[in-house]
Design a binder for this molecule. Structure first.
Ligand code: ADP
Ligand code: MG
Length: 335
């Protein structure tokens, strides 16, 4: 294998033992505490967990957008084989784009077309008529009808769903390989949500985009991802192909999330089925952070930090970090 091929066998994105912390006056918040996951070209990978579990900090870490007092303190974020944490973000600026939950990431004082043209100029060096035509094309790509006219409108003239399409058009103007979508549909009603998820899947299929889809909603995960990582208090507690996760969830936290799939609109991100909230991780993990809320916890859970263990059928990448699955721990089922 020549050097040029190096990275071809690697996933597009490989996150390894990533640790992002916030040093505040009072404490150290270990928002992302040693997570690892991969994203292959052209696939949609989910990152799911309740509010406060560290999903957005993960997203910002990948983009190199962690603000002080936050700092990436350890691990690697390899993009096409190159570790971005070695200050390589500028080199890959535009290869990775982010879509936030809130369409207010559009600037209210510029027209939609203007904002896309600006991104086209910065990332692709397009100007004038060429940029204007490409901007309209991008609005068409994201399914905005009457794109030529819409390009001259201001964000507030668009509906919430159309605004989020415009945000995606701005992201596409960088011609990215990886799109990080942080709760891209949370602010939208269910019908519009489904349309945006369809759009993302179309972009994946047609442009070979890789997508990291971040959500607190297991329903979105089921509809839109092929693999999924379940995050709790800074850690990934279960990872599996999406179908396997829904068929056989192995971590009690995942089971709780699955029970919480709302029949109603879940504006409230807390789980109806588990009391309490995600703890803010400030100390190194020396036990299971979910144990205090876990219906299946036993004594060792508050004394031992569980390691990720293979739990799936042979050949499936299905792991869970739970003592119920670590050999050497006897559970009620075994007795
Ligand atoms: P999620 O996106 O899963 O809801 P976040 O990634 O936003 O969660 O937050 C993870 C943890 O990091 C939370 O405990 C949050 O309070 C903490 N955190 C995020 N940003 C900051 C900050 N600027 N300063 C201190 N703590 C922060
Ligand atoms: Mg978030």
């Amino acid at each position: 294998m020549s050097d040029l091929d190096a990275g071809e066998d690697e996933p597009l994105l490989a996150v390894r033992d990533l640790r992002t912390v916030f040093h505040t006056d009072r404490e150290t918040v270990r928002a992302v505490d040693g997570i690892s996951f991969d994203i292959e070209r052209g696939e949609t990978v989910g990152l799911v967990g309740e509010s406060g579990s560290g999903k957005s900090v993960t997203a910002r870490s990948i983009l190199g957008l962690v603000d002080s007092p936050g700092v990436i303190e350890g691990g690697e974020i390899r993009f096409r084989g190159e570790d971005l944490t070695d200050d390589n973000w500028d080199e890959h600026r535009g290869d990775i784009a982010i879509v936030f939950q809130d369409p207010s990431s559009l600037n209210p004082v510029y027209t939609v077309g203007n904002q896309i043209r600006e991104a086209l100029e910065i990332h692709q060096g397009l100007r004038g008529d060429e940029a204007a035509e490409r901007a309209v094309e991008l609005l068409e790509t994201v399914g905005i009808p009457d794109a030529k006219r819409r390009a001259d409108e201001y964000p507030h003239q668009l509906s919430g769903g159309m605004q989020q399409r415009a945000v995606i058009a701005v992201a596409l103007a960088c011609d990215p390989d990886l799109l990080v979508c942080d709760e891209p549909t949370t602010a939208l009603d269910v019908t519009i949500q489904a349309q945006i998820l369809d759009l993302l899947d179309e972009l994946r299929r047609e442009k070979g985009l890789a997508i990291l889809l971040i959500t607190h909603d297991m329903g979105v995960i089921e509809d839109a991802t092929s693999r999924v990582n379940v995050m709790y208090a800074g850690e990934i507690v279960e990872r599996a192909p999406t179908a396997a996760l829904f068929e056989r969830p192995e971590h009690p936290y995942t089971r709780a999330l699955l029970r919480s799939i709302p029949g109603s609109a879940a504006v409230d991100e807390r789980l109806p089925t588990i009391e309490g909230e995600v703890p803010t991780p400030t100390e190194p993990a020396e036990s299971c952070r979910f144990a205090p809320r876990c219906p299946e916890a036993f004594e060792d859970c508050s004394a031992v930090h569980p390691e990720a263990t293979g739990v799936g059928r042979e050949g499936t990448d299905h792991v869970a970090a739970c003592l119920l699955h670590e050999s050497g721990f006897e559970t009620e089922d075994d007795r």
